[in-house]
Write a protein that binds this ligand. Structure first.
Ligand SMILES: Nc1ncnc2c1ncn2[C@@H]1O[C@H](COP(=O)(O)OP(=O)(O)OP(=O)(O)O)[C@@H](O)[C@H]1O
Ligand SMILES: [Mg+2]
Length: 263
């Protein structure tokens, strides 16, 4: 067992890049299952083998005090990654690193998925730990309300130290607090939605449990996986194809001109 780290604090800076407010999670993810699925996508990207989701029971649901937690045993984040990757909103992952891990195709790309939590809660407590060092901070939806065209820098107070003994080697836990929905969450419905979105991709690689019950294979084949992501992927591909066609066209034109000018 290594020595416990000395407890200390650090003030991070939350950076809001570009026109992020336009696609803020608050607008995009009002459905609880969609929002939670987006956060589970981050667990997948972190290489998690297990994701434990705890949602409040219907009988004891109280939006003010009930919490939703999502915990994974993925790679977690070191202090500087929290600053450079997590706390930059609108960071394009494709520009800053590999899009596959050993065996997984990375789902994240826009640097906004974490905001999905704000579609359903006003506060997110983030605990992330790697190699025996824990970083903990709270994000409030208010932190993100910056003018549209400004590069916002919002101070975020964090505490750093050792993770509790039962936390495992690496991982991340999100606690969604001050929930927005007045009615309790449909737990079976959540399991089904997560199964539809993840069970095919995650089969044999990542287990998802909701209140300790493992999600099942979906009854129907998936037809509704990430429509928005598929759309923007297609848009990218079409744009790329367009650029290539234009380039190929101009090369052809040059060749024709050259051929014409041959003696
Ligand atoms: N559970 C997690 N474990 C480890 N790192 C995480 C976790 N969640 C987020 N991160 C880090 O924070 C970054 C930002 O996450 P976020 O979901 O906002 O964007 P993204 O996944 O890169 O793209 P997208 O907006 O398409 O989801 C991730 O790229 C990753 O580096
Ligand atoms: Mg993501």
């Amino acid at each position: 067992m290594s020595e416990p780290l000395k407890q200390r604090t650090r003030t991070f800076s939350l950076k809001v890049l570009g026109r992020t407010l336009e696609h803020l999670g608050v607008q995009t993810y009002k459905r609880r299952d969609t929002a939670i699925a987006e956060l589970v996508a981050n667990c997948w990207d972190a290489g998690a083998k297990n994701v434990w989701i705890a949602v409040p029971d219907e009988s004891s649901y109280d939006p003010g005090t009930s919490r939703i937690t999502i915990r994974d045993d993925g790679c977690g984040m070191a202090e500087d990654e929290v600053q450079d990757a997590y706390l930059v909103i609108g960071r394009d992952r494709r520009e800053s690193g590999s899009m596959t891990t050993e065996s997984r195709k990375i789902m994240g790309r826009k640097g906004i998925g974490k905001l999905a939590g704000f579609g359903i809660a006003s506060r997110m407590v983030v605990r992330t730990w790697r190699g025996g060092a824990l970083t903990e901070f709270t994000l409030n939806v208010e932190d993100l309300k910056k003018p549209d065209d400004e590069v916002g820098n919002v101070p975020i107070a964090a505490s750093l130290g050792s993770p509790p003994a039962d936390f495992g080697e690496n991982g991340t836990e999100l606690e969604l607090r001050t929930l927005k929905h007045l009615t309790p969450l449909d737990i079976d419905g959540l399991r089904e939605a997560l199964a539809r979105r993840f069970s095919r991709t995650a089969r044999g690689e990542m287990t998802i449990l909701v209140n300790d019950v493992r999600i099942q294979e979906p009854a129907l084949e998936m037809t509704d996986r990430f429509p928005e992501e598929a759309d923007s992927y297609l848009e990218d591909e079409i744009e790329r194809a367009g650029r290539w066609t234009k380039r190929a066209g101009s090369v052809l034109l040059r060749l024709c001109e050259e051929a014409d000018s041959l003696p």
